[in-house]
Design a protein around this ligand. Structure first.
Ligand SMILES: NC(=O)c1ccc[n+]([C@@H]2O[C@H](COP(=O)([O-])OP(=O)(O)OC[C@H]3O[C@@H](n4cnc5c(N)ncnc54)[C@H](OP(=O)(O)O)[C@@H]3O)[C@@H](O)[C@H]2O)c1
Length: 323
């Protein structure tokens, strides 16, 4: 197995998210104290299972704050844990599951002033625990990888000892990763980490992620469960054939649909970390069954039949509702 599990906090830091059953996971209890306690319970379980990389973002509501409280309360030394966060999206949902019509859940701006103010907030909360700062969903279209003042600021952070990364989403993940691999300062690559969507339905970034790995970047896989679509919670008729394949493999391996999907990601030799996006301790325990799957070429070939075109995959993702 090539990669280790990390834990992402997108589903734990705020009342609303696009994963299929988010409202059910949180039992509709959105009091800040209840959500903090819930997040800390999942963080404790992750720690006990050996997870040491935690992934947050300015736009995941209170994710950085919950993580910082947990680290403080458990007195976890900075050397024992790796924390990544992200800048570029501002959380605008005002602790609501649904926003009023016309109001976004988060606003994307890849500008210098956003980087500066969000880095100030992230580093104040996470202090010396912040190891990796990522551009949140960099795209070619956003121009962020051509923005000299942003790149110079990131280079300054890199020189101060913070690792710089980018996350990518959408049909142009590959092109964006390849562009990022060309950015150097005095012959040193600016980015030392890339986080991309990769799962058994969407594998289009594979070759560029291999190139990133060969160039020495750590490769973090996100959305390995396609936002909960690669679980038994997905009872959509359009998923039935895919689900039957996953259930068949799970049954033969005394495993679960989510664990088989995560095992596919963990067994990519170019991957460093696979994020579990667990919204509960039960999810996490089920996800960890991936480590017991005896991976082989036969499973890999059967899963290769499930791949969608990037257009199909990202169009379906765009339809997921906040809940
Ligand atoms: N652009 C970016 O940078 C970006 C974008 C997305 C994510 N991320 C990072 O990647 C992490 C993971 O992403 P993700 O949570 O969106 O995707 P994911 O890993 O594909 O999906 C996780 C979701 O799957 C469902 N699930 C997991 N185990 C389950 C089980 N055993 N049974 C039923 N449902 C189960 C849960 O959702 P439900 O229960 O709600 O169905 C859970 O929240 C995030 O936390 C974040 O750190 C980054």
């Amino acid at each position: 197995m090539a990669a280790k599990f990390g834990l992402g906090l997108a589903a734990l830091g705020r009342p609303g998210y696009i994963n299929l059953g988010h409202a059910e996971d949180l039992g509709a209890n959105y009091a800040i104290g209840a959500m903090r306690k819930h997040a800390h319970g999942v963080l404790d379980a992750a720690w006990e299972l050996g997870i040491r990389y935690f992934d947050a973002a300015r736009s995941y509501g209170r994710s950085e704050e919950f993580l910082a409280n947990w680290i403080d309360e458990r007195q976890i030394p900075a050397s024992d844990v790796e924390i990544g966060s992200k800048w570029g999206y501002t959380y605008t949902a005002a602790w609501k599951v649904q926003t009023p019509e016309g109001v976004a859940h988060e606003i994307k701006r890849h500008e210098l002033k956003v980087l500066q103010s969000q880095f100030q907030s992230s580093s104040t909360l996470l202090n010396q625990h912040l190891d990796l700062y990522q551009i949140h969903s960099a795209t070619l279209e956003s121009g962020v990888l051509e923005n000299e003042e942003v790149l110079l600021c990131l280079e300054g952070l890199r020189k101060s000892g913070i690792r710089i990364g980018l996350t990518v989403s959408g049909i142009e993940q590959s092109e964006t990763i390849d562009r990022a691999l060309s950015i150097r300062f005095q012959d040193k690559l600016l980015f030392s980490s890339v986080q991309a969507t990769w799962n058994v339905l969407e594998t289009s970034a594979t070759e560029s992620l291999k190139r990133a790995s060969a160039a020495g970047l750590s490769v973090i896989i996100k959305e390995a469960l396609a936002n909960g679509r690669l679980t038994t919670r997905n009872d959509s008729p359009t998923f039935a054939a895919c689900r039957a394949v996953l259930e068949g493999i799970a049954k033969e391996n005394d495993s679960t649909v989510d664990a088989i999907s995560l095992a596919a990601a963990l067994n990519q030799e170019w991957a460093t970390t696979v994020l579990s996006g667990a919204a509960s301790v039960d999810h996490l325990r089920s996800n960890f069954k991936a480590l017991a799957v005896n991976w082989n070429q036969g499973i890999e070939s059967r899963l290769a039949e499930l791949v969608q075109t990037p257009d199909e995959y990202w169009n379906q993702r765009a339809e997921l509702a906040w809940n």
